[in-house]
Design a protein. Structure first.
Length: 270
């Protein structure tokens, strides 16, 4: 069966007023992975691919952090990736990860009446249930220059039965938590606009500005969490976001430790 994309490319392009992100755009009915589609654009177009955005109704091989599968029924979510080429800077990857979370959280709040929050390192949550997530990948393209792909998936129209049984207590969608009708088109446009707000200039905003914006949207500190780090499960209580983008945690085993997003993932303990 051949599908047509439900998010029309012309409508998306016509609604955008951006400087960099979304200057070129594709909307697909299906693709293995929107992140991989961006990498293909880089191989085909080089520097001209900067700011490219792709959306898909469905991914046959979508992935999250640490190669976890990302599953969503057809046309139920916003599945979007953006490619940027950027001069290498200290802690660039960490800032991009935080920016991606900020953009997704603000866009989700704009289309719903729900107070979506950020869970470290870059999950979107509502009352501790996951609404969306971000996967940032980067590659060196030349000395001092990198390409980065920011992939975002946000649950929009799912209901409880759409989630596997083991996820129903830990996942939700904007439609399930909002009294407003949820428009995937409006969410996609808002997400691209928010990404352009932060990434529209050649130089990224400085670390303190990004960190301050992220902290305004984050789950409050003092949450009990389970961290998967170095093959171990560690339990503790969150204290604050470190200036480098790491999370400072008071461990139940004793002592405080900073965990970095490149080596750690978080779960809500049972």
């Amino acid at each position: 069966m051949i599908f047509e994309p439900t998010l029309k490319q012309e409508e998306l392009a016509g609604a955008l007023r951006t400087r960099r992100i979304g200057r070129t755009l594709r909307s697909l009915a299906e693709t293995p992975s929107t992140n991989d589609f961006c990498w293909q654009q880089l191989a085909a177009r080089g520097e001209k691919a900067d700011g490219f955005v792709v959306l898909a109704d469905y991914q046959t091989a979508g992935r999250g952090r640490f190669s976890r599968a990302w599953l969503a029924p057809r046309a139920s979510s916003v599945l979007l990736s953006v490619l940027i080429l950027q001069a290498e800077e200290p802690l660039l990857f960490e800032r991009m990860s935080l920016i991606a979370g900020i953009a997704g959280c603000v866009a989700a709040r704009q289309v719903s009446d729900a107070e979506i929050q950020l869970r470290w390192p870059n999950d979107l949550v509502y009352h501790r249930k996951k609404v969306g997530g971000v996967l940032v990948e980067s590659r060196q393209v030349s000395p001092g220059r990198i390409a980065a792909v920011i992939g975002t998936g946000i649950n929009c129209l799912q209901h409880l039965a759409h989630f596997p049984a083991e996820l129903r207590s830990r996942a939700t969608s904007l439609d399930m938590v909002s009294s407003n009708p949820i428009s995937r088109l409006n969410l996609a446009v808002g997400l691209v606009q928010q990404l352009d707000r932060w990434l529209g200039q050649p130089a990224l905003p400085d670390g303190p500005a990004v960190r301050a914006a992220w902290q305004e949207l984050m789950e409050p500190p003092g949450q009990r969490v389970c961290l998967i780090h170095g093959g171990q499960r560690l339990y503790g209580t969150t204290i604050e976001l470190d200036p480098t983008g790491g999370l400072l945690v008071q461990l139940e085993s004793g002592g405080r430790q900073i965990f970095h997003p490149s080596t750690t993932t978080m779960e809500v303990p049972d």
